[in-house]
Design a protein around this ligand. Structure first.
Ligand code: T4K
Length: 390
């Protein structure tokens, strides 16, 4: 780690980068490695590799307990979990979602010939703006998918009220929100169901994976059927379905990660506070804050580069990357500006003013096991130097 004192020390000017090894946004955490290897030996000895194996069942039970929810149905990815939940809720026609989200939220609908209709976000929270949702309702609307972006809950009560008034289904993409609470209630307990992602880049992961959480017994049953081709017993297919199953090695990784989850969250919290402290007095960027009265996983450190900053967002990301600080422009340019949605809604930007502004400002910073207070200070000193020298 190099001391950065002036802009002449920065790699953009031809010097050595500040960090010899890259700092990533999504560096995976491996919880209890011994436990993972132990489970792996067990799996190989048992010769039961997938199809609702014992470790998948144990993981489902433990994740359901962790979220105080009746059912957790584990799957092979968050995206497939979204697709199956959408199908189980019989969504059709149009479904309202934010455009400021990872593209999987939109694709899970489009893949099933349902039109994702984009509603604008609140620029402070980055979550759906309920008034904007109301404006996008048409006779073809069948549901709303709220996204708990960055793990911070969407306005669940306001969205539920809109859904009730218009007889719409409500579900949540909770890919970022493992373990988060709203008013002390764990994610998983809002809407008809909520979908988690356990991708390797998430602070809790199963290599690849995801799950649907719900308190609705019938819905859980339908989702379980659809996850396994609609099989009910050996030769009895009673429903159309797909292959959404989680395998045993993924479940082993999940169980090993659950073992140390509180330590991981505590580490993330320390890194978040280190960023917050280091940014004291820095006016060119704004840190998106977590509500400390709730449970958070602190997985994403989200900065917004202010419009009046002398160094603009893209320039700042490029300069940081040259220092081996691999900050990312999540979720740029927003779903409305990528195919196929760009062709479907060429004018969507006019209605998505806040989404466009936010996606042009956000820069997500490195977190995860490789980060510590010293590195955070060094990262922010690069931002200070960049902006002070201009
Ligand atoms: N809904 C939302 C709101 C989501 O954010 C996501 C997924 C989903 C739904 C769908 O869930 P899944 O079907 O994915 O379970 C990542 C992930 O692929 C994706 O899961 C995630 N959201 C999205 C926000 O981020 P990228 O494009 O950032 O991945 P990549 O390969 O650029 O990796 C990010 C950083 O992590 C890099 O600096 C490299 C590092 N990395 C990555 C991997 C995979 C490692 O160091 N080791 C690794 O094994 O998409």
């Amino acid at each position: 780690m190099k001391q950065i004192n002036s802009s002449r020390d920065l790699a953009v000017n031809g010097a050595e980068p500040a960090f010899s090894e890259p700092l990533h946004v999504g560096r995976p955490t491996v919880g209890d490695r011994e436990l993972f290897l132990h489970y792996t030996e067990e799996i190989l000895d048992r010769q039961w590799l997938t199809n609702n194996g014992p470790l998948v069942q144990e993981l489902e039970q433990r994740i359901a307990e962790y979220h105080n929810v009746s059912h957790c149905v584990a799957m092979c990815s968050g995206t497939v979990s979204l697709e199956i939940a959408i199908r189980a809720l019989q969504l059709q026609g149009e479904v309202i979602i934010p455009s400021y989200t990872f593209v999987a939220t939109a694709h899970a609908l489009h893949w099933q010939a349902i039109m994702p209709v984009f509603a604008d976000i609140d620029p402070q929270t980055h979550n759906l703006d309920p008034d904007a949702v109301r404006r996008m309702i048409t006779p073809r609307t069948s549901g709303i998918i709220g996204v708990h972006l960055w793990g911070r809950p969407a306005p669940v009560e306001a969205l539920q009220q809109i859904a009730d008034e218009h007889n719409l289904e409500l579900m949540f993409d909770a890919a970022h929100a493992f373990g988060s609470t709203h008013d002390g209630i764990k994610i998983g307990n809002f809407g008809r169901c909520e979908v988690l992602s356990f991708h390797a880049t998430k602070f809790f992961h199963t290599l690849e994976g995801g799950a649907v959480l719900t308190n609705d017994d019938e819905l859980a049953e339908a989702i379980r059927l659809m996850r396994n081709f609609g099989f009910c017993g050996l030769d009895n297919v009673i429903h159309p379905g797909t292959n959404g199953k989680m395998n045993e090695i993924s479940a082993a990784m999940g169980l090993a990660n659950l073992q140390s989850i509180e330590n991981v969250i505590e580490h993330n919290r320390r890194v978040y506070h280190a960023y917050r402290n280091a940014l004291d007095g820095v006016t060119s960027v704004r840190l998106l804050e977590y509500d400390e009265n709730e449970k958070n996983n602190y997985q994403y450190i989200v900065l917004e580069v202010e419009d009046d900053s002398v160094v603009k967002r893209d320039e700042m990301v490029a300069a940081l990357q040259a220092e081996n600080i691999l900050a990312r422009r999540y979720f740029w340019p927003g779903c409305q500006r990528i195919k196929p949605y760009l062709d479907l809604y060429p004018d969507a930007g006019r209605f998505l003013v806040n989404s466009e502004k936010v996606s042009n400002r956000v820069m997500v910073m490195p977190t995860g096991p490789a980060m510590d207070e010293r590195k955070v200070d060094a990262v922010i000193s690069v931002i200070r130097t960049l902006t002070a020298g201009r």
